[in-house]
Design a protein around this ligand. Structure first.
Ligand code: 8YV
Length: 321
């Protein structure tokens, strides 16, 4: 019917998401428009909701082309590519997919930590290259007697902390505010790094955290130091990290995220003391399906007048107009 809300899909390619949304909404796909500006001029004013894939820039210019937009439902927990200040100014609600991916990303963080410390990918390569018959794989560093510092004790950071406890690793953390719970709080990142030999980055991206893991923090972590990043590449000064890995200022790094994805600097990939993953933290069938359901549930709830289910804190939540 004529009052069926029109939804624009931007880099949202999951068939189950489109299938569910198409039962209640009229869908458009930005990537299918031969001329993006012509399309937005014609259809933009009718669009009331966006369904976006994570890491898609949703900026002030795009908001300007969607004057009747009410809600942006984003796939993923991080929303640093969405201009939420502009969304709030325009009264547009932004939702994301927290919680449903925390355990998956925390599992991956522990896998990446073990892979980095015990050099699991390097050992696998050693075997496949037929080198075992020539001698045992060299002994590695250990997770035993290590102290972990978590940067950002949010939903994912806490899920990582409980896993580390089960592995017998002491946990401390740094973030904007101290929190209730058993872990020691450091009011500075450098203080946390000094007191740790594992630094796990689980803080949101965006301007507030850009490059805060810098040369001084890596130096404070020390020569046994291991850096794990499952959050956003922007939180670490990648050039400083590469230099520290090369110089032996720290021991190794396990990275699932990078400053300029999907581009990974050759000098980082050339290092033997890194384990590098193509941003797969939430990337299981199970968890991506749960994220897709939550993305669609937010749009259903909104257009049924029930308000958003999982809004970001920065934007208004008053419900469908
Ligand atoms: C993305 C992520 O959703 O949730 C996040 O913030 O970075 C991932 O889970 C993933 O890259 C899918 O696009």
């Amino acid at each position: 019917s004529d009052d069926t809300p029109e939804i624009l899909l931007i880099r949202q390619t999951r068939p189950d998401v489109a299938e569910r949304l198409s039962q209640r909404f009229r869908l458009h796909r930005l990537e299918e428009a031969p001329d993006r500006d012509a399309f937005l001029t014609e259809v933009g004013p009718r669009i009331r909701g966006l369904a976006v894939g994570a890491m898609s820039p949703i900026d002030a210019a795009l908001f300007g082309q969607l004057p009747n937009l009410e809600i942006v439902s984003s796939f993923g927990v991080g929303y640093d590519t969405i201009d939420v200040t502009e969304a709030a100014r325009r009264g547009v609600c932004v939702t994301h997919t927290p919680d449903v991916l925390s355990d998956e990303v925390a599992d991956l963080a522990l896998g990446l930590l073990l892979a980095t410390v015990r050099r699991i990918p390097q050992a696998d390569r050693y075997l496949r290259e037929g080198r075992w018959r020539q001698g045992s794989f060299p002994l590695t560093a250990s997770l035993r007697a290590r102290k972990a510092g978590i940067l950002g004790l949010g939903r994912i950071g806490r899920a990582i902390a409980t896993r580390l406890e089960a592995f017998g690793v002491r946990v401390a953390y740094h973030g904007r505010n101290p929190q209730d719970g058993p872990y020691a709080y450091h009011d500075s990142l450098i203080g946390l790094a000094r007191d740790s030999d594992i630094l796990i980055v689980a803080a949101p991206g965006g301007p507030e955290t850009r490059g805060i893991v810098d040369a001084a923090v890596l130096e404070a972590l020390g020569a046994d130091g291991i850096v794990i990043n499952i959050a956003r590449g922007s939180v670490i000064d990648e050039a400083a990290l590469t230099a520290a890995l090369r110089a032996g200022t720290i021991l190794g790094a396990g990275l699932d995220v990078f400053e300029n994805e999907p581009h990974v600097p050759d000098d980082l990939a050339a290092l033997d003391n890194t384990v590098l993953l193509p941003h797969v933290g939430s990337g299981s069938h199970y968890t991506r399906a749960a994220m897709g359901r939550l993305l669609t549930d937010n749009l259903f709830a909104w257009f049924e007048g029930r308000g958003p289910l999982t809004p970001v804190p920065e934007t208004p939540v008053t419900g469908a107009r």
